[in-house]
Design a protein around this ligand. Structure first.
Ligand code: AMP
Length: 397
């Protein structure tokens, strides 16, 4: 069976086609600037040259129509007819408390996705647009939702509740949800394979360090804790997101900078983090370069970034009461040689010792811990699309 994986953002659609007989990727691509003049589709068929198509597309349905045309194109497509696709898997960011696993999409599931618009306003509306566009164009195959929040639903209330009046949980479901779940799921399972131990016996700390960043602590096959919270704003320092701060800063700055709630939301999500602190960029490569060239604020941004992560490593090892391995993944985690080295520096009291020579590697599945390190340090390239394809295939069968 072939499975189409779709990740629809507010103005983009990413897609991959898997042949589930051997889990190979037949084609992948990205439609960018959907609904904005200057739409482009970049299509990357396996074993053939990439294709770039420029065509203004007013909405997600038109975007998906073009994707389907490209997928069955005689010259650069990857199948003869869309009838070869047995199921479609959709990335959905927020599934609230209703979903601890992937599900076949029906009206009830769509209602839950819609009910979460309030708490995931940037992600769930375009995710649903993508689902509805695909359902319209492919009405006869199962569509599956794979939620970023699902893997973290194993947290107990002792870790997911905030110390707020209890009724805001009952009325508004204010609690920690956690995100990047599909990535934490994938890399933690790969880590168990690399440890050669059953997943349920492993104590794992995963570090998904990309433009957005989160960590998770996994024990007994369950997520014990994760750093993103009610929204993806909490936790680590990110490209443009502040991560953890004293919540009183929000009220203070709303008054001082004369911001309303939506402006404040934008301020802490879009103008803070590495960008706000360094004044250089939200891209960690630019910050590393600027710090190397002597830019003090860039160095300060890195120091805050590293310290926050080190703090979470200690926090999670305490909660796990031990640790078999750290796992670095996503853009920074897979490629940031200096970043990994700085994070792991001076953690030998926790049994973490990196081999600096082994660490000089990018984007490969490898153990970079010193031989005498008690905790293994793995780099594992994430593969969220493969998890979505597997879940979709499993439910469609
Ligand atoms: P992602 O969101 O997973 O695509 O990751 C994007 C982030 O990865 C950006 O902040 C990039 O600067 C960062 N990144 C990519 N390559 C490197 C590298 N060689 N060193 C450090 N950071 C990197």
């Amino acid at each position: 069976m072939k499975v189409l994986v779709v990740n629809a953002g507010s103005s983009s659609i990413k897609y991959q086609v898997f042949d589930m007989t051997d889990e190979s990727v037949l084609a992948k691509g990205l439609v960018d600037r959907v609904g904005i003049p200057g739409t482009t589709l970049k299509h990357e068929p396996a074993g053939k040259d990439d294709v770039l198509i420029k065509k203004d597309l007013p909405n997600h349905t038109e975007g998906m129509k073009l994707v389907l045309e490209v997928l069955i194109n005689e010259e650069y497509g990857c199948m003869k007819s869309m009838d070869e696709v047995g199921a479609v898997g959709h990335r959905v960011v927020h599934g609230g408390e209703d979903f601890a696993a992937s599900v076949v999409i029906n009206d009830k599931v769509k209602k839950v996705i819609r009910d979460c618009f309030d708490v995931a306003p940037l992600h769930n509306p375009p995710n649903l647009m993508g689902i509805e566009a695909c359902q319209e164009l492919m009405p006869n195959v199962p569509h599956v939702a794979v939620f970023d929040t699902a893997f973290h639903q194993t947290m107990t209330a002792g870790n997911f509740m905030y110390a707020l009046p209890y009724d805001v949980y009952e009325k508004y479901k204010v609690r920690r949800y956690g995100f990047h779940g599909t990535s934490h799921f994938y890399v933690s399972h790969r880590a168990a394979d690399m440890l050669g131990k059953p997943y349920a016996d492993c104590k794992i700390v995963t570090l998904h360090l990309g433009n957005g960043a989160s960590m998770a602590a996994i024990k007994d096959g369950r997520v014990i804790d994760t750093s993103m919270g009610f929204t993806p704003l909490e936790g680590l320092v990110m490209g443009t997101r502040s991560g953890d701060i004293d919540p009183a800063i929000v009220f203070f700055l709303m008054e001082k900078l004369n911001m309303d709630a939506s402006e404040a939301n934008n301020y802490f999500n879009k103008k803070s983090g590495l960008l706000g602190l360094s004044g250089v960029s939200n891209d960690l490569r630019d910050i590393l370069e600027a710090a190397d060239a002597g830019n003090e604020r860039a160095q300060l941004a890195l120091d805050v970034y590293y310290n926050k992560i080190k703090g979470y490593i200690g926090n999670y090892i305490a909660k796990l009461n031990g640790c078999d391995c750290l796992v670095f993944t996503a853009g920074v985690g897979e490629n940031g040689i200096d970043v990994r080295e700085n994070i792991c520096k001076d953690l030998d009291a926790l049994g973490i010792k990196m081999d600096a020579a082994k660490n000089k590697v990018r984007g490969k599945e490898v153990d970079v811990a010193a031989d005498d390190s008690k905790v293994r340090i793995f780099i594992i390239p994430t593969n969220e699309e493969l998890v979505i394809a597997r879940d979709t295939y499993g439910l469609a069968k």
